[in-house]
Design a protein around this ligand. Sequence first.
Ligand code: NI
Length: 177
Amino acid sequence: MIREVLRMGDPRLWQRSQEVKEFGTPQLYALLADMRDTMAHLNGAGLAAPQIAVGLRVVIFGVHANPRYPDVEDVPDTVLINPVLTPLGEEKEEGWEGCLSVPGMRGWVPRYTRLRYRGFDALGTPFEREVSGFHARVVQHEVDHLDGMLYPMRIRDMTKFGFNEALFPGQELPQED
Ligand code: NI
């Protein structure tokens, strides 16, 4: 079911979400189905459960090559529950981000270039990955949602935060997360 996405200003987006304790349950599968439906409907690159008003540490993401956006790297479709991120090195890089909770806007956001993430899939099977670049950026953006953070809070240069049409006149932009 397509759910309403909360927008910045809603206090539920500022709360820390709770760990998932039970895996493989009908309730968890229903949540994931709703998240997938909602993300697909909005053509998003990622979605965190609190964005649909569910305060659990669940995120999904996935980005697929699109010839219109040659700079956007592929990210596998992933369900990530109770995630733990560990930066690999101090290096950060800046890049443009959008968010389904901040529709129609983009900001220039610093993120760790490389990191390891661990977490669980829907059945509770643990997994971990070492990633870099856009994949690392998407994970950091989504996991921030679980800690009540939205990307505008991380922007250092507020002249690089604005409306899509004003920042990128006449351009079609890749997906928001
Ligand atoms: Ni977002």
